[in-house]
Write a protein that binds this ligand. Structure first.
Ligand code: MN
Length: 259
């Protein structure tokens, strides 16, 4: 049954995530998105629409535009199509943390049969997003991340950029860290919700993610207080030039490669 695992993992009375269903989108371009997710660890959820759901991979380090940099991508449960526009705060339970819509757009398979490519573990495709463009491949790896079962972990893939006009050594996650939906950072998303939500039980307690979350909670609380004291007087103006906006990849100086 489609989306069974997605639904089993979540309590929809406690999460703002969409319950969703299999979408019927015949004749439309295929959607893709990347959601930057600060949970127990920071990662990027890479999602490709296929058969009315979003095939999903968690990429700990995020996508790289450098063809030499292969990024681990752990396949996770299919998500409902409606999840693709989700951005917000998951207060508790599975995936508790902050979700930012980091990139979105359309994708085109470079293979005739997507199911066969997935089965084979070699899916080539083209992305047309704000930040990610051009040709990419997802390749399933064998054995390297094998679990206790001994065999190869079927969930383990690599996300790799092919060399083209859109490849280069620009660090896209550093260069364009913000939301393509709200144009804000994690603290803006949290400030719009409830910065005090994890006072007692934070989703990330230690390490880099814990430190990051601590800073974000502080900044979000400050932002919220500033907005409250500014009252109804143009609350959005205060956000103005605090950070640069997310910029499409084509404006980032990624050089066209020849040869
Ligand atoms: Mn995630």
């Amino acid at each position: 049954m489609p989306l069974e695992e997605y639904k089993r993992k979540r309590n929809f009375s406690k999460t703002p995530e969409p319950e969703g269903s299999v979408a019927s989108r015949k004749g439309r371009e295929l959607f893709f998105c990347v959601q930057k997710h600060l949970a127990s660890h920071l990662h990027y959820d890479f999602r490709l629409e296929h058969n009315g759901v979003l095939l999903s991979w968690a990429v700990p380090k995020g996508p790289s535009l450098d063809p030499k940099t292969k990024r681990l991508a752990m396949q996770t449960e299919d998500h409902p199509f409606d999840y693709g526009e989700f951005e917000g705060v998951i207060p508790e339970g599975y995936g508790a943390g902050i979700v930012m819509l980091w990139d979105r757009g359309t994708w085109t398979p470079e293979v005739a049969d997507v199911d066969a490519a997935l089965k084979k573990g070699d899916l080539k495709f083209t992305l047309d997003g704000y930040k990610l463009k051009g040709s990419w491949v997802l390749v399933r790896t064998g054995g390297r991340y094998a679990g206790a079962r001994g065999g190869s972990d079927q969930r383990s893939w690599l996300l790799i950029k092919h060399k083209d006009d859109w490849s280069g050594d620009l660090d896209i996650t550093e260069f364009a860290p913000l939301s393509v939906k709200s144009e804000g950072d994690f603290e803006d998303i949290l400030a719009a919700d409830n910065p005090a939500i994890w006072q007692t039980n934070r989703p990330a307690k230690g390490g880099d993610a814990g430190t990051m979350l601590g800073t974000i909670i502080e900044r979000a609380a400050k932002l919220k207080a500033e907005r409250a004291s500014a009252g109804a007087a143009a609350p959005k103006a205060a956000r103005g030039s605090r950070k640069t906006k997310a910029t499409p990849a084509k404006k980032t100086g990624v050089k066209k490669k020849t040869g």
